[in-house]
Design a protein around this ligand. Sequence first.
Ligand code: NAD
Length: 502
Amino acid sequence: MIKSEPAAPAARNGNGNAAKPGSKRLQYATSRESTPANIAESYGHFIGGKFVPSSGGETFATTNPATGELLSRVATGTPEDVDRAVAAARKAYDKYWKPLSPARRAAYVYRIARAISERARELAVLETLDNGKPIKESRDFDVPMASAHFFYYAGWADKLEYAARGGRLPHSRGVVGAIVPWNFPLLMAAWKIAPALAAGNTIVLKPAETTPLSALRLAEICAEADLPPGVLNIVTGDGVAGAALAAHTGIDKIAFTGSTEVGKAIQRSRAGSRIPITLELGGKAANIVFADAPLDSAIEGIVSGIYFNQGHVCCAGSRLLVQESIHDEVVARLTERLETMRIGDPLDKNTDIGAINSQAQLDRIKELVASGIAEGATLHSQTAALPENGCFFPASFFTGVGPGMRIAREEIFGPVLSILTFRTADEAIEKANNTRYGLSAGVWTDKGSKSMYVAGKLKAGVVWCSTFNKFDPSSPFGGYRESGFGREGGLEGLRPYLELDP
Ligand code: NAD
């Protein structure tokens, strides 16, 4: 059976759109995206150009976190499945992909980019159903960005000699093992598949267990684009399949995005082997707002910094550092702004805050929020009614946060901001750098020289000045410290997929 229409959510007691009497919130009519997502009842792994069942015959459910509805059943990956996928990728590398001219390779990558653009609305609906993110984000960010990465890297495929330094000739590495998380499923896959293919490698991808559907749709798109069988392989499953892929001796490069804990485990498991690894891990970014910042813009930057994608963002501005003199004003304006945010049905085009991706993630958010309250911080949450079903958490922030509290140190990975204060620029820098992570940061001030001074001293891979969460395929992204190493995007994101002649 094929589902042709996204199912309407069960009865709700409001989706955040209903304004209370006297509230400043605008009343919005529901506007649900109705493009069909065409989800099959079940999916196998995509190996050697075909969908095949798991060697163990087992499947697992993938559900819509906004409703609890079953979307499909997907093959449970085993080490044998990973073996098969790596063998298919090796065969395709030797037989088709390596001998292919760079210009022909570019044509395939362009074709995938175009197919993603052409099927953008369907992919956006699919991503929203499987992940819980608002349709306006999957439609306006995830899918266009994924397609943009394929377009960008297609342009590199026949210009690889310009990617190398010092006159050394670059060539492909072989088979790439790629593992991605659930927060931007299609985009994280694109960040790895596009440069890997453009550089002449074949790939085995392991999507996250709660969000496999957009990667499987991408496999269908690649098959329709006549990508030679085995150039892209997808093994679905959990950490068992991920660990088998990361440890497989038949791969020539590992590209991992996910938690710091799993990143460390992968690094440990490959210690002593010479396999190149890139790790894109967690973060606890400082978003620094000085008293001279244009506050209207800064408030919007704070909001998009933490509430975009329900805060399921590795580079989320989850620690707000506010100059002491404007703390009360920022808190008042943020409180007011939260009341305008619409939480609820992710398929409604008006929704700002969608569903938390899984019950496990919702439980983790609640546990960390409880720890913040127990440690003495004050929680402020939007008052909109939450849907009765599904996994939802209101947009929230903490005041009275001390730098030692768990909510100031650990990644909550939900729509919860921790607000701290500072008096001088140097104190802001010291507090911002007081973290084990180093992925991103933000600086808001009217003074260009102060922006540059502070940005230069922040220990973060990306620093946004007077903006936040801005991406471009030509711009490298990545962290250091426990946020990982290596870069994705741009020329720096291409180099890890290339080997240089000695
Ligand atoms: P996770 O580490 O639990 O899982 C990520 C992927 O690894 C999944 O596909 C999972 O099945 C797989 N996996 C689990 N155990 C494994 C093992 N032992 N060996 C190999 N693979 C294994 O992370 P998550 O909860 O899915 O994602 C959230 C994390 O990802 C957050 O910490 C977030 O900050 C991080 N993230 C980082 C970036 C970045 O670019 N730095 C981007 C997005 C997300």
